[in-house]
Design a protein around this ligand. Structure first.
Ligand SMILES: Nc1ncnc2c1ncn2[C@@H]1O[C@H](COP(=O)(O)OP(=O)(O)OP(=O)(O)O)[C@@H](O)[C@H]1O
Length: 617
């Protein structure tokens, strides 16, 4: 119950629409409560007049009309309440999903790589769906459960203090049991959610690793592993349902018993002539209505709890801090179409609205996109976790405009981490990265990233056409520019040989393309971006020598006249560098030109001997 309160507060804070939802629900709930009392009052009057006082129709007909009006108004109000709640809940859900996806994008690749992606998908999709029933059904019912009984209790108190006393004893008992059961249900529901997330994460893992599983003949064993997760989810669901049924049962029992006690006390006083029929009948009509909202709350309990549990995880993600630099003042303006066919849609959504201010960042002068810049790493230390030893120690490095720098070093030396820091996916634990003397943390990070093209060993191809994937680098590139980049990257010929040329749809992750074709698209994409800084993490390292050499022209064109930082695994790459930085255990242990480094009996010489041996082999 405490969790529910916390999450409602968070929802109200994060999404102002929830306040409207609550205000409408409470307003309608209160009005409905007053109308219900009036309805019972006039019904009791009619019954009293007709059956005890034998009143003719014309005498009771005004009351009948009022009664009719009240019933209709209550019906309309209930419909209105449900319609408004459902409408607002859908808007809240859409808004929350938009925020969640925007925040996930802001958190960046390093953060999401540390999470279970299946679980994230589950939260963004199923979790938010479950929140809808919490908002449209459970929350309104909760407000009604607090207000309706209170209104009825207030009225009964003015008519019969004994019944008021019975209600005053029964209601807290019911609430007490609900709190007690609520605590058990919360942990059952949280467990159920964890199991569902685990199932989703395992399923995605199995799908992505299907080839590996087949090669090692482990797909059957994995299917059993999935089966165990599925069974654990079933058990967790059954446990939650048991608690939900128990809560419904106890609510029903208490409500029925309390109504029966009220009926008996009323009946006894009626027989003893100590109470007029009208009052007894009116109170008897109102007593079940006193318990009704609580009973309804019991039946919405399960849906509500699932929503609350999902909300917990959603807020956890929304409050997560990015390990890297994020762009302030940029908003995703529209609902993110997660399943959009064209990646350009996402790109467009990420643009600030026309005329929208990009606050709060007020830039000092960052120069034009193609203006030369010097990069300085000043005493940069980095640790993934404050409790763990640093991955990079006191890195001091200057990269001058137009320079080609090769990063070499054994696996785990920290080369990729250095590139991640430069891209702003991570921020230094100590020290600073300066661009033309200005701290990178003061840059609008998107502005900085616009100045760099990155080629990695593995390129991601999005579901969409070849053109969509190429224009990812520059959405407004003309057809001629795209074709020219593709020609230079030696991708044009095979693209036009595809059934629909540049409009051929590509599978998610580049399904149906060879490694060489994917990397050619990556080079074309980078050429199209035309950025002054190029970061390379050996994009051709896993390709055969023939494909690699056919891509050389494109890569050479890409690097010409630009500042280049390359993580080098090959001698040919190292040979092209103006300067070589040798890293070991997160430190720069040597740096200089090829000949300078070969002149000393150091790490580079040892690595080069090993490289040469490897390449000869
Ligand atoms: N997300 C992470 N959390 C914790 N440690 C990490 C994370 N990513 C990398 N590391 C650790 O940081 C160290 C440096 O890794 P990094 O990938 O930068 O090395 P590298 O020199 O690029 O290696 P390689 O040449 O094999 O790619 C390694 O010890 C690695 O285990």
């Amino acid at each position: 119950m405490k969790e529910i309160r916390i999450h409602i507060k968070q929802l109200v804070r994060q999404i102002p629409m929830v306040r409207v939802l609550l205000a409408v629900t409470v307003g309608v709930g209160l009005t409905s409560g007053v109308l219900l009392i009036l309805q019972a009052y006039y019904l009791a009057r009619v019954v009293n007049a007709v059956f005890l006082e034998h009143a003719p129709l014309h005498q009771v007909s005004p009351w009948l009309w009022i009664l009719f009006g009240l019933i209709i108004t209550r019906g309309v109000l209930t419909w209105l309440d449900q319609a408004v709640a459902a409408h607002l809940a859908v808007r809240v859900k859409t808004d929350l999903r938009r925020r969640l996806i925007a925040h996930l994008l802001r958190l960046g690749p390093v953060w999401s790589a540390q999470e279970q992606r299946g679980e994230l998908v589950n939260t963004a999709m199923t979790g938010i769906e479950q929140l809808e029933s919490f908002l449209s059904r459970y929350l309104p019912q909760m407000a009604l459960s607090a207000l309706m009984p209170l209104a009825i209790f207030g009225f009964v108190l003015t008519r019969d203090s004994l019944t008021a006393f019975i209600l005053a004893v029964a209601a807290p008992l019911i609430v007490f049991f609900m709190i007690l059961i609520g605590k058990a249900a919360e942990s059952a529901s949280s467990r159920q959610w964890q199991q569902l997330s685990l199932l989703a994460a395992r399923f995605l893992d199995v799908l992505e690793g299907l080839t590996t599983l087949k090669i090692f003949g482990r797909s059957k064993a994995r299917a059993e592993w999935m089966g165990r997760a599925s069974e654990a989810y079933r058990l967790a669901t059954m446990r939650t349902l048991r608690v939900a049924f128990l809560s419904s049962f106890l609510l029903e029992l208490f409500a029925t018993l309390s109504t029966a006690v009220v009926a008996v006390t009323l009946g006894l006083r009626l027989v003893a002539d100590r109470m007029p029929f009208f009052t007894a009948f009116l109170i008897l009509l109102l007593t079940p209505e006193f318990f009704q909202p609580l009973r309804a709350l019991g039946s919405e309990f399960h849906a509500g709890l699932n929503g609350v549990t999902a909300a917990g995880r959603i807020f956890e993600i929304l409050e997560a801090k990015s390990p890297g630099l994020v762009q302030d003042g940029w908003k995703i303006q529209k609902d993110m179409r997660v399943s959009c066919a064209s990646y350009n849609d996402i790109h467009r959504d990420l643009q600030p609205k026309q005329g929208a201010k990009r606050e709060p960042w007020i830039p000092t002068h960052h120069g034009s996109r193609n203006e030369p810049f010097t990069i300085d790493f000043v005493d940069v230390t980095f640790s993934y976790d404050p409790g763990l030893p640093p991955i990079l120690h006191d890195i001091n490095l200057t990269v001058r405009p137009g320079e080609t720098l090769a990063l070499v070093g054994p696996s785990g030396a920290g080369k990729s981490t250095l590139l991640d820091l430069l891209q702003g996916f991570l921020r230094p634990t100590a020290g600073e990265i300066l661009i033309n003397g200005q701290a990178l943390s003061d840059w609008p990070i998107d502005e900085w990233r616009r100045r760099m093209a990155v080629l990695r060993q593995h390129t991601h191809i999005f579901a969409g056409t070849v053109m969509d994937n190429l224009r990812l680098a520059r959405p407004n590139a003309s057809m001629e520019e795209v074709i020219s980049a593709a020609r230079t990257a030696k991708a044009h010929d095979w693209i036009v040989s595809l059934p629909q040329g540049y409009n051929t749809p590509l599978g998610e992750g580049g399904y149906g393309l060879s490694g060489g074709q994917i990397q050619r698209l990556a080079v074309a994409r980078a050429l199209l971006k035309d950025a002054p800084l190029v970061l390379l993490d050996e994009p051709t390292a896993h390709l055969d020598p023939e494909t690699e050499s056919s891509m050389q022209e494109g890569i050479t064109r890409l690097l010409a006249g630009r500042t280049v930082i390359v993580v080098a695994h090959r001698l040919s790459t190292v040979n092209r560098a103006n300067r070589i930085i040798v890293m070991e255990d997160g430190k720069i242990v040597e740096q200089g030109s090829q000949s300078e480094l070969m002149a000393v009996q150091g790490m580079y010489r040892r690595l080069r001997t090993a490289y040469a041996g490897g390449e000869e082999a």
